[in-house]
Design a protein around this ligand. Sequence first.
Ligand code: FAD
Length: 486
Amino acid sequence: MLFFLSHAGLSADDHVLDFLLTNLDALDLVNLALTSSVCCWRLGRGYLPCKSRQNLETPGHCPASDAWPLVQQCSCEKLMPTAAFSTRQFTGGLAFFYFAAMALDLPVTRPLHLEATRPVKAHGASKSTSSPFVTTSRVSAALALAGLARQCGVLRRATAVKKKGVRVVEGKEIPWNLFSPKAPYKGSTVSKETITSKTPLVNWETCHVIMDHGGKVPYIEGQSIGIIAPGPDKKGETPAKIRLYSIASSAPGDDEKNNTVSLVVKRVVEVAGRGWCEYSNVEKGKDPEFPDAAKVYRGVCSSHICDLNAGDDVLITGPTGAEMLLPEDPEANMIFMATGTGIAPFRSHLRNLFHDRVSKGKFKGVAWLFLGVPFSQSLLYDEEWKEMQAEYPDQFRYDYAVSSEEKSEKNKINGEMWVQHKMMQYADDLWELVKDPKTHVYMCGLKGMESGFAECFQERVEAEGMVYAEFLKKMKKDKRYHVEVY
Ligand code: FAD
């Protein structure tokens, strides 16, 4: 609807403004309008005072509670477009509120006289590209459409309408595949840093990479992006097929300026005799690190990412993914189980909860991170977690399992400390949390993590007279069991 209205050439009119400012006191109406993050995004970017914009600039981060008081405070003049935004966009946004009200049959305290035709009073506005007059025919057409839509119940389901670049997940619009593999976004590398140190493993290296997307690839916490490496790929194709990577930064990016996305990528290296190596893509004797190896395979995309230098181009697709999103409820609890680079979505979440200026302090629940790595040199973002723990000791708990350095008698396979065995040390506390309907469990990283969760809690479930499969089914149905493994 917003799109339609913005492009129907409707212009700002005193009566429209008057009507909206008089009637926008129904919180339901704003809630409805704010489910359109695009609308809110535009509203936040263009029409709200500067200091409040940051909250609203990221799609999906526009809670009505933040925006509504600001909308109310704004005088008619303040709501007028700024130099950077056209009257057309502005009117589209406001008209969205109006039609939402109509569709919901909300009380309208004053009739709207749309017949009037008068010049736009766009104080401080840039030269509008839309018609400076409200024409009756355009308004009538829009009203007729809105009436029809209301009859059909279309507007009630407005958020379910398919829009390009957006997907509705649990009533909320989130950015979705703004860039496809055929038309990726060409970003540039801000920085690449190796954040692990050498271990006996050939694939010891993990990098934190920050890429500039110029604000063109907005995403929310828990999503992934695709990266297209130049190749050649496994079967010789150039460029290579996309590989997905969970986003490791929160929506505003590491510098909180809404322009960057970060990844944490493990360099795939396989060397015959030292780690699985069925395939080879390095000529024998030519690998700089393992010249004597009979066979070496280097991951196509992970090598590309881990070899990036500041300023290098990088092809980005997405964003995508709805499995690992944060719950809306600020009082929800979260248990995060990560192995290796599976930490990515949790870094994104935890920075949202405990670090970023726009969001920290809002979360009222408890978050508990369990990170599993093979060696202590492989620990990821350890300092960040410790800082968060020091600042939020009652809300953030952090434990790690270093499999090659710690033993657990609970591990009947090889006696190493894996994530689930570390969790078993706190099984009583965790079990109370898991049973709490406000608790969400997230797992990310190695395939097989789900069996770790079962290993940890199945006995408890059964001891309380429940069937584990049923318990899990209910958790999934309640959307509090989130898994992303690869
Ligand atoms: P590839 O070159 O694709 O090699 C992968 C494997 O294929 C190797 O084991 C290789 O031996 C084998 N292989 C080689 N040739 C053949 C052949 N001809 N036939 C069959 N097999 C062959 N990774 C991260 O590091 N960080 C993340 O945050 C992350 N997030 C992810 C999120 C999701 C949702 C998914 C699905 C995956 C994620 N991954 C992540 C994994 C990532 O997508 C890549 O799979 C990984 O980086 C390896 O890609 P590559 O191109 O380097 O390896």
